[in-house]
Design a protein around this ligand. Structure first.
Ligand code: GAR
Length: 198
């Protein structure tokens, strides 16, 4: 059994895709031990609650310093003892201590074809705004291992998505989620759960 912890910050549609794919057995042999969220108002917390998954809000706002927040976050992770940590729309940069401790055991979904439109400052809608501003005709999503850099770890899966003439950042974001993110994130977890390299 692969025990996973899913880290989220916002709407949690990628979390939902994982929950649904475990339920319909596209992902086998996997259990979500817990969901960790850095944002108290995130709908992702509600999705976890609806699915009966223990959810924990660890917000930097509650702690006196970044160091204290990092320690609280690490402590919660260690309590949950996951085999794999899944960053599913988690907009916090992980401290190096954590990426070292969980080397090759943290994966992230990013809404572009890395190495395009990734790295510091490229997250959420900003990624799609940049893709439209550059005029690319193809974009997509990437699942990759997390190392000490931002979006620099080894790539596991990618899926391309066509950019349409009349796309807005919002319409493009939605299509990338539907056609790529909600497909390849569950697929990557499934691969790792059935004995792929961790
Ligand atoms: C997703 O598009 C995810 O790829 C992106 O945030 C969104 C979260 O949506 N992540 C990043 O940009 C990370 N750099 P969700 O909360 O509905 O899953």
């Amino acid at each position: 059994m692969l025990n996973i912890v899913v880290c989220v910050s916002g709407g949690g549609t990628n979390l939902q895709a994982i929950i649904d794919n475990i339920e319909n057995k596209n992902i086998r042999n996997t259990q979500i031990r817990g969901v960790i969220c850095n944002n108290a108002g995130a709908y992702a917390l509600k999705r976890a609650e609806n699915a009966g998954i223990p959810a924990f809000c660890i917000s930097p706002k509650v702690y006196g310093s970044r160091e204290e927040f990092n320690q609280a976050f690490l402590q919660k992770l260690q309590e949950l003892a996951p085999d794999l940590i899944v960053l599913a729309g988690f907009l916090v940069i992980l401290p190096e201590q954590m990426t070292k401790l969980y080397e090759n055991r943290i994966i992230n979904i990013h809404p572009s074809l890395i190495p395009s439109f990734c790295g510091k400052g490229y997250y959420g809608l900003k990624v799609h705004e940049a893709a439209l501003a550059r005029g690319v005709k193809i974009t997509g999503a990437t699942v990759h291992f997390v190392d000490e850099g931002t979006d620099t770890g080894r790539i596991i899966l990618q899926k391309a998505v066509e950019v349409l003439e009349d796309d807005t950042p919002e319409s493009l974001q939605r299509r990338v989620m539907e056609q790529a993110e909600w497909v390849i994130l569950p697929q990557a977890i499934s691969q790792l759960a059935s004995g792929g390299d961790l």
